[in-house]
Design a protein around this ligand. Structure first.
Ligand SMILES: Cc1cc2nc3c(=O)[nH]c(=O)nc-3n(C[C@H](O)[C@H](O)[C@H](O)COP(=O)(O)OP(=O)(O)OC[C@H]3O[C@@H](n4cnc5c(N)ncnc54)[C@H](O)[C@@H]3O)c2cc1C
Length: 604
């Protein structure tokens, strides 16, 4: 079983040359952000992930979280790892400085989070949700709520959860039924059942701060009547010490396909008269506030696709080098003898194709997620209003793409990881199957791929006449002459594939803009194809940018031949084997709706 080794070279390459940390360092509050600082932090994060989290990933999967009479115990070693995470200051990285955090930009926090997720996805979910809850409170909580909860949450002494889902309200949160009854002291009594709540109960910390969606008695129907509440597991006394146990309990935990180390809880609020809750911001605007949390969480879940793809790739690579099988059809090193009967499977072209597919997706997704995180930094911190607006529009456009495409491709990559292992991939011992199982949830929670795609074609493209996407397309096209002008046969060939992919994205975007007003059903039939098309092409744009830098470094005499040549060849592969899918997506979007729409429910 291979342990995780942080891919620091690619991570820092992308940060320096694709994201451009120099640009981030010029933003207010980011003055200390330099390549050196980033490298120092990332190196430590890599060590923590590899040495502390990775070794308990497999055992955590086997043992799973356990429930007993309302008490949840995480797998052996998880609690200790959590406190090492806290002592190492990892929870503070992106936390607001007013509440004890380091206030570092998303551009730095994102690669750190990638490594945590690669090493142990089940573990990483707890910090992910706490960070989301912190962001929602920072943005919308009253000063009093902030003062009571944020210092402890930022320090990781208390964790946060997101309580949206109910049995009848999943993708459609307008159906939320949990109730909130106003009390004379300004608090509320909350009651209702929430399901699938990640880390709703656990043994890491003494308190858990639940952010809960509920309807205040008499509130309007639908999304407009939903409010957001803070409901702590233990109430907090005026002096900050823990008070009485609140009326909230974990009724059970789910038995799942993957992420066994993380408890997924059924939560009961108000079984004994009502859980005390405090409204966040204004009543009835809860869903809007929750979207703040969901956007950050969606970026984080998109990143899970990168994390799990990287981990599965590393694992499959080790196997492909060790497993000996079959005669070679291509030249192999002389050390295998003159006519070897069998060689390590990495020499077979189809296995190389699978490894390259895994690697290409992991690198393209990494660059796209990091770049989106950097846009979020600019949107949040720039003092230039125009720049801020433009980057916010880019973030809004990219979030569903990053979330949907990266997680779907994460599944594809981990599936290839199983395939490379052959029969042993299907057997749990090798560990390849765990990544496949773990990856599956990322395309479901925080809004399924279908919901991300609806958001993309509707709010993000259809409603605004494709303005941001078409502007991004113009930006992407600026790379084409550079690729064509590069003195490298692979970059030139890649440039042609990228140009074709961009044209297909433009064709599909224009079709969606035209059809949005006329036939939303037809647009919906191809929405996921459009999301994948956008991810494929934007990922290609990132690969092209990376390969140009690699080619320049090679021309300048860099000695890092293996890394730079691999970057160029992986980019070429991405063009020939992945961007070429763009035409199929675009055709399905623009001509594929009839069969879907004419297939009546009764015909199934
Ligand atoms: C392990 C795990 C952890 C989770 N953690 C949390 C958590 O911490 N907090 C929390 O609140 N929730 C959590 N969830 C819940 C999760 O967010 C939901 O399961 C998810 O949003 C989907 O909702 P649903 O399960 O009700 O599926 P449904 O909404 O019933 O969807 C079923 C299918 O229908 C499709 N569909 C639904 N509506 C539409 C539409 N309008 N257009 C097109 N297709 C549509 C979906 O894409 C999907 O394929 C978790 C779930 C799991 C399994």
């Amino acid at each position: 079983m291979s342990e995780y080794i942080a891919p620091l070279k690619d991570i820092t390459f992308v940060l320096k040359h694709v994201v451009g940390l120099e640009r981030i360092g010029k933003l207010p509050g980011c003055e200390e952000v330099t390549d050196d600082l980033a490298e120092a932090i990332l190196e430590e994060a890599g060590k923590f992930s590899g040495n502390v989290l990775s070794p308990i990933n497999r055992s955590g999967d086997r043992e799973g979280a356990k429930w007993n009479d309302g008490v949840v115990t995480t797998p052996k070693g998880f609690k200790e790892a959590y406190w090492k995470y806290i002592e190492g200051g990892w929870s503070l990285i992106a936390g607001p400085t007013e509440y004890g955090g380091q206030g570092l930009p998303h551009s730095i926090a994102t690669p750190v989070s990638e490594m945590l997720g690669s090493a142990n996805m089940a573990f990483k979910l707890c910090p992910l949700l706490t960070n989301g809850a912190v962001e929602a409170l920072v943005a919308h909580g009253s000063q009093q709520l902030k003062d009571v909860y944020l210092p402890k949450m930022v320090a990781g002494e208390w964790t946060g959860t997101m309580n949206l889902t109910e049995p009848q309200a999943g993708s459609d949160l307008a159906l939320v039924r949990s109730k909130a009854i106003p009390q004379a002291d300004g608090s509320y009594k909350i009651s209702g059942q929430k399901i699938f709540i990640t880390y709703g109960e656990h043994d890491y910390t003494e308190n858990i701060v639940h952010l809960v969606l509920a309807r205040i008695e008499g509130a309007p129907e639908g999304v407009k009547g939903i409010s957001l509440f803070v409901v702590p597991k233990f109430l907090v006394n005026a002096d900050g010490s823990l008070g009485a146990r609140n009326d909230v309990k974990c009724a059970s935990i789910e038995h799942k396909l993957g992420i066994h180390g993380s408890p997924t809880c059924v939560m009961l609020f108000g079984e004994e008269g009502g859980a005390t809750g405090y409204v966040v911001g204004e009543p009835h605007r809860g869903l809007e506030y929750m979207f703040v949390m969901m956007n950050a969480a969606r970026l984080g879940v998109g990143l899970e696709g990168v994390s799990i793809a990287e981990r599965a790739y590393q694992h499959a690579l080790v196997w492909a080098r060790e497993r000996v099988q079959g005669r070679p059809t291509v030249p192999v090193p002389a050390s295998f003898g003159e006519k070897p009967k069998s060689v390590p499977i990495i020499y077979h072209p189809d296995v190389k194709r699978m490894l390259l597919t895994m690697r290409a997706y992991a690198e393209a997704m990494r660059a796209l997620v990091y770049w989106t995180a950097s846009c979020l930094d600019v949107a949040e911190r720039s003092t230039d209003e125009k720049e801020k607006r433009m980057h916010q529009a880019l973030v809004d456009l990219m979030i569903p793409i990053v979330k949907g495409w990266s997680t779907e491709m994460g599944i594809e990559v981990t599936s290839l990881g199983v395939q490379i292992h052959g029969g042993m991939g299907f057997i749990e011992e090798t560990g390849a199957a765990q990544y496949y199982r773990d990856s599956r949830i990322s395309a479901i929670y925080e809004g399924t791929t279908g919901i991300q795609a609806n958001d993309l074609v509707g709010r993000k493209v259809g409603r605004e006449g494709g303005q941001t996407m078409l502007a991004l397309i113009v930006e992407m096209q600026k790379l084409l002459p550079l690729l064509d002008g590069a003195n490298d046969v692979h970059l030139k060939a890649f440039g042609k594939q990228l140009a074709a992919g961009i044209s297909e994205l433009k064709r599909a975007t224009e079709w969606i803009v035209t059809m949005w007003g006329a036939d939303q059903g037809a647009v919906g039939a191809g929405a996921v194809h459009y999301l994948k098309l956008a991810g494929t092409v934007c990922g290609g744009w990132m690969m092209g940018r990376s390969a140009l830098v690699a080619a320049k470094q090679l021309a300048d005499g860099s000695s890092d031949l293996a890394f730079l040549k691999a970057k160029i060849l992986t980019t070429r592969f991405y063009g020939d084997h992945i961007i070429t899918l763009a035409t199929g997506f675009a055709d399905a979007i623009t001509t594929g709706a009839d069969s879907v729409l004419q297939m009546e429910e009764a015909y199934f």
